[in-house]
Design a protein around this ligand. Structure first.
Ligand code: WTA
Length: 659
């Protein structure tokens, strides 16, 4: 490090607050600090501002319908089509030749779809889906990696009013089957494979294996050919080749179906407290309005921008901020297939430079990895096109924030640290980049119109500096409407904790801990349920546990998250072997890892699997996970006096250290 750099770093280290650069403010979409008051005074009608970013086939008559809370309805009576909003209207307004999607394959190949071309592709695939028998309201599962055909398929579904359920390509065959079963989904679009670090990876065999465990009849399966000759695959009987089908429908014209604002746009499965993933339902009007609004206000997206979110479309971040929000605003959205370190650790910066990316949105895990690799990689590239940076998915530590600010943003880009969830549909707590001072490590105030608070167990707001729980005391357009086919679980998971049903006062509980400062900025402390966040990916410890206890020879297991300097959290498994299996720990460990791969996928691979003869338990027999978390994180151990078996804690801790 040069002397100059070292002194710069020392200066940043001491700085706790950063104001948005003048050059950014001058051009920002939202700059009037009065917006907070304006939204508050005019709530819920303030949300018309979001709805006005869309084109409606039929105007809505009510902004918010709360008669049946917490089953809220937004923009009731309105009708619209998401694919029309993301495509046709931009073409009609003259943007036919503007790039909609710029795709980069891992091997260096690129594909650009203009709005005109993307519309044609979407219509051809919409016609294909119709011919295959897909009708309005049929749920189509998309089990696909980061290929352009994924957003094309999403928009084709939206065009004909068939909700999609995207399953992350890194999930296992079992995970696919569980989701198709839960959604009763009879149609699958998948892909032969994709590239990872230069190797062709087979994806189709996972899909085919998953199909074997689907309990109902699957009507049709369509397979995208990504790998060509790199992977010879033969299609199973009755499965279709994507390109062949689409070629037959080239030039097709498919009118966008008018959907009720409250009609389902998609389902997204996410992890919760139990072993069963939850099918989060998002709607056409509220969700699209909310993602467009937050893309405009927080990501400052403009039609002439090249915007890049490096998430995977298989997660909510990709749905909201690669596909729907940016395309609704008519911007150019970048999609990258591969990993950030292939062929070298400067791959992302090369993409920023060659595409002249204006806005870049990524996860703190990625930033921590970039930091570890060193600033020589971004330094090789001209990143001066960047105007704004964002993070999402997990808390960002001030050091990583400052590294991002200095080495990627060149101290000229504001950073938005955006807190939200699959369930919220879009961003909830973050600074507005043209208005607010930034405080590294703290997400910021709740967005205008969002009544987020930090409360104690009784729902009373805690004093600044004290830890509490995030609650959201007003509904918002992007909110989930229910859990698919499970209204009861929707209430019990999110509303029961803090609502006063008798008084008809409904409070949403996101299950995150947080604290507030004197200025109303929220610092997120992390999940307070059995969900862990590995590299910004949300995993249910119960799902992992049930995989592990399925192994013959394992009697009991506890899975917790332990702190990890790059991933944020990592998976730790503590297991008790059954009698007679004590000397087979190496085999059991291997089988436990395999069981996790089979039921979830490589993202849930444990950092450590540790066998012990007992787990720390309370007198009532409950496993004390908090202690296990402390052990896994190497923290000082808390009070063990309430344990039935305090001695095992030290035994396990010693084993962790020596392992
Ligand atoms: C965590 C991802 C701190 C949080 C969009 C939340 C964050 C969970 C942040 C949702 C952030 C997300 N700071 N924590 N900026 N953003 N989280 O559903 O614990 O995959 O509840 O949605 O990620 O994860 P999900």
């Amino acid at each position: 490090m040069s002397q100059e750099e070292a002194s710069l770093e020392a200066r940043l280290e001491e700085q706790a607050e950063f104001d948005p650069p003048e050059s950014f403010v001058e051009q920002a979409n939202v700059t009037d600090p009065g917006i907070y008051e304006e939204f508050e005074e005019n709530w819920p009608d303030c949300w018309e501002r979001a709805a006005n970013l869309l084109s409606w086939d039929e105007a809505y008559d009510t902004v918010l319908e709360d008669d049946d809370a917490p089953f809220y309805e937004w923009f009731t009576g309105g009708e619209l089509n998401a694919s029309y909003n993301c495509l046709d209207r931009h073409v009609e307004e003259g943007a036919k030749n503007r790039a909609a999607i710029k795709w980069e394959g891992e091997l260096g190949e690129t594909r650009t779809y203009t709005y005109g071309e993307l519309l044609n592709e979407v219509e051809a695939f919409a016609a294909t889906l119709r011919e295959l028998g897909v009708e309005e309201d049929d749920i189509v599962t998309l089990y696909m990696p980061m290929v352009p055909e994924l957003p094309i398929a999403m928009l084709a579904c939206a065009r004909i009013g068939a909700p999609h359920s995207v399953v992350f390509a890194g999930f296992s065959a079992d995970a696919l089957a569980t989701r198709m079963n839960s959604a009763d989904s009879e149609y699958l679009v998948t892909c032969d494979g994709y590239y990872r670090r230069g190797d062709a990876l087979d994806h189709l065999s996972k899909a085919t294996e998953g199909l074997e465990s689907v309990e109902h009849e699957v009507e049709e399966v369509v397979v995208v050919d990504r790998l060509g000759e790199a992977l010879e695959h033969s299609l199973a009987d009755g499965h279709h080749d994507y390109d062949e089908l689409v070629a037959e429908h080239e030039g097709a014209s498919v009118d966008p179906v008018s959907r009720d604002a409250e009609d389902m746009l998609f389902l997204m499965y996410t992890s919760g407290t139990t072993g069963k993933p939850k099918g989060v339902k998002h709607t056409t009007g509220g969700y699209l309005a909310y993602t467009a609004w937050t893309s405009h206000a927080v990501l400052d997206v403009k039609p002439e921008d090249t915007y890049w979110c490096s998430a995977d479309i298989g997660w909510i971040t990709g749905h909201s901020y690669i596909v729907y929000g940016p395309l609704a605003l008519g911007t150019t959205t970048v999609m990258y297939e591969g990993t950030p370190d292939y062929p070298e650790k400067d791959r992302l910066w090369e993409i920023v430079e060659t595409n002249r990316v204006d806005v870049f949105y990524t996860a703190p895990t990625a930033i921590r990895a970039f930091m570890k690799w060193g600033s020589q990689y971004p330094d090789r590239h001209d990143l001066s096109s960047l105007r704004l940076l964002g993070t999402v998915g997990e808390p960002i530590n001030p050091r990583a924030w400052k590294w991002y600010y200095q080495h990627i943003g060149g101290e000229e880009c504001p950073i938005v640290d955006t807190w939200w969830q699959t369930e919220t549909g879009g961003m909830m707590i973050t600074t507005l980049p043209g208005i607010n001072t930034m405080k590294p490590g703290s997400a910021g105030p709740p967005l205008p119109g969002i009544d987020a608070r930090v409360a104690d167990v009784n729902g009373e707001e805690v004093d600044p500096g004290e830890a509490g729980y995030v609650t959201i005391n007003n509904p918002w357009p992007g909110m989930l409407r229910t859990l698919y086919n499970n209204d009861e679980r929707f209430i019990s998971e999110y509303w029961e904790e803090y609502s006063d049903e008798e008084a008809d006062e409904w409070v949403y509980f996101p299950e995150d801990g947080a604290k507030l400062d004197e200025d109303g900025y929220v610092t997120i402390l992390g999940r307070v349920d059995d969900v862990i966040n590995v590299s910004g990916h949300r995993l249910g410890t119960m799902e992992i546990e049930s995989a592990v206890v399925g192994v013959e020879g394992i009697a009991e297991a506890a899975v917790v998250g332990g702190e990890h300097d790059v991933k944020g959290e990592a998976v730790y498994v503590y297991a008790i072997p059954e009698d007679g299996y004590e000397d087979q720990e190496a085999e059991l460990e291997e089988q436990a890892e395999q069981a996790i791969l089979d039921s979830i996928g490589p993202i849930a691979k444990p950092e450590q699997v540790l066998f012990t003869h007992e787990l720390p338990k309370t007198r009532s027999g409950k496993i004390m996970r908090r202690l296990l978390e402390d052990i896994a994180s190497g923290n000082e151990l808390g009070n063990t006096s309430t344990l039935r078996n305090p001695e095992v804690v030290d035994e396990i801790a010693e084993q962790v250290e020596s392992d």
